[in-house]
Structure formats: structure tokens, C-alpha cells
Design a protein around this ligand. Structure first.
Ligand SMILES: O=C(O)CCC(=O)C(=O)O
Ligand SMILES: [Fe+2]
Length: 211
């Protein structure tokens, strides 16, 4: 598959090299129920080149799921890399290592798996959910998401109480980390949008048995 960004690396004579910034610049927003999000816009410099690489080289799967009596297409493309499986670009290995080192004390374990989602346009998205398939259902944990390509809004809302929603436009190398009780006390979504949206790929790093 070949998808081109509006600001493609081919527009500039010299593409910016891929470079990860310093995680010391992360800023935390505390949410209700001991949930939080850490944000670092532009963590990965030169991220458009990574978008192009992943769009082209990842073996994307189009999934279908049973919904009541129908089988419907999941509105995004997916790929998953288990613990120990080589990632589709070396900078993703470096990103995972940097995250594991930065959060070692607070998380108490490394990030091990990587899930990738490809939102081709505004018709793709993900509905409200928490990552509660594994320990996220019962324990505090973290999910770190690197976004490349055009920005899409990640929205968060509380499951309990009336704390205001959060809306984070993420793309072009931005990093967000959801932590504390976020997966069981808050929900997140990438809403579909009728306004034109360019392609975005998210890379989600999770610890062992968090899904
Ligand atoms: O694409 C994103 O940033 C969010 C993806 C997500 O929530 C998930 O795959 O669980
Ligand atoms: Fe999620």
C-alpha cells in the first residue's frame, strides 16, 4: 500500500533524520480516579519518513468482527508484534527501550508488545473502550502511543463521575502515555470524522499481558 502525506518527505530536498527527543520533557495531566496522561508533542523528529515506511512495509490486516447477526469490517488496519518479535523499523525498538528505561521505576516492568493501527481516513476510527483485555482490567498499568502521519484526535472520558473529556490531537511524532488506573476508570476513542482527515498510524507499546 502506498499513501502519501500532504507534507511528504519528498517535498523537501533533504528529509529530516529520524530522532527521538528527551523523555524528560514529558508533561503529566492528572485525571480523576488516579488516572493520568503524559504528553510529549513531537517526540520523534522526521516522523513522516517512518509513516511512509510503515504504510508500505507492515503486513496490515483488515479484520472482520461479528456484531449481533452481522459480520462487519473493523474500520482500521491492524498489525501486532508480540514480545520478542522484531519490530518493523529499528526506531520503534529504540522508542520502546527509551520508554521502558524512563518508566522503569514507576511501571516496574518493561514495555514488551507493539500494536499498530492504520487509520486511512476519517471513516476509520476506534470506538470508546479501555484496554482491559489483560491486567489493565484490574491493575494500574501504562499504554504508550506514538503517532505518525496526519493528526487525529484521541479523546478520553471518565467511566464514573463527571470529569470533563480530554481531546488530544496526535500525529507527526507525538507521544502520549496513559497511566495509573486510566484503562479501567477512563475510556478512549479515535472518533470518525466527516471533516477530511489524512492517514495516521499509531504504535501502542504495552507491558506483558496488557491488551
Ligand atoms: O490509535 C490510537 O491512538 C488508539 C488505539 C487504541 O486505543 C487501541 O488500539 O487500543
Ligand atoms: Fe485502546
Amino acid at each position: 500500500m502506498s499513501v502519501h502525506l500532504q507534507t511528504s518527505l519528498f517535498d523537501s530536498a533533504e528529509a529530516a533524520p529520524l530522532r527521538l527527543g528527551d523523555l524528560a520533557a514529558l508533561r503529566r495531566t492528572e485525571l480523576s480516579h488516579d488516572a493520568w496522561v503524559d504528553l510529549l508533542p513531537g517526540w520523534l523528529t522526521g516522523s513522516d519518513a517512518l509513516f511512509e515506511h510503515l504504510a508500505t512495509h507492515v503486513p496490515w490486516r483488515a479484520e472482520r468482527r461479528k456484531m449481533y447477526d452481522n459480520v462487519v469490517s473493523v474500520p482500521r488496519l491492524l498489525a501486532h508484534y508480540r514480545e520478542g518479535e522484531p519490530l518493523p523499523h529499528p526506531v520503534l525498538g529504540a522508542a520502546r527501550e527509551a520508554l521502558s528505561a524512563h518508566y522503569a521505576e514507576e511501571l516496574g516492568e518493561p514495555f514488551t508488545t507493539a500494536g499498530l493501527c492504520f487509520y486511512r481516513d476519517g471513516r476509520d476510527g476506534v470506538a470508546w473502550h479501555g484496554d482491559r483485555l489483560g491486567r489493565g482490567n484490574t491493575h494500574d498499568t501504562m499504554v504508550a502511543i506514538l503517532s505518525v502521519g496526519e493528526p487525529r484526535a484521541l479523546v478520553l472520558r471518565p467511566r464514573y463521575g463527571d470529569a470533563p473529556q480530554l481531546r488530544l490531537p496526535l500525529g507527526h511524532g507525538d507521544l502520549v502515555v496513559m497511566g495509573g488506573s486510566c484503562q479501567r476508570t477512563w475510556e478512549h476513542a479515535i472518533p470518525k470524522t466527516a471533516r477530511g482527515a489524512g492517514p495516521r498510524i499509531s504504535i501502542q507499546f504495552r507491558p506483558h499481558n496488557v491488551g
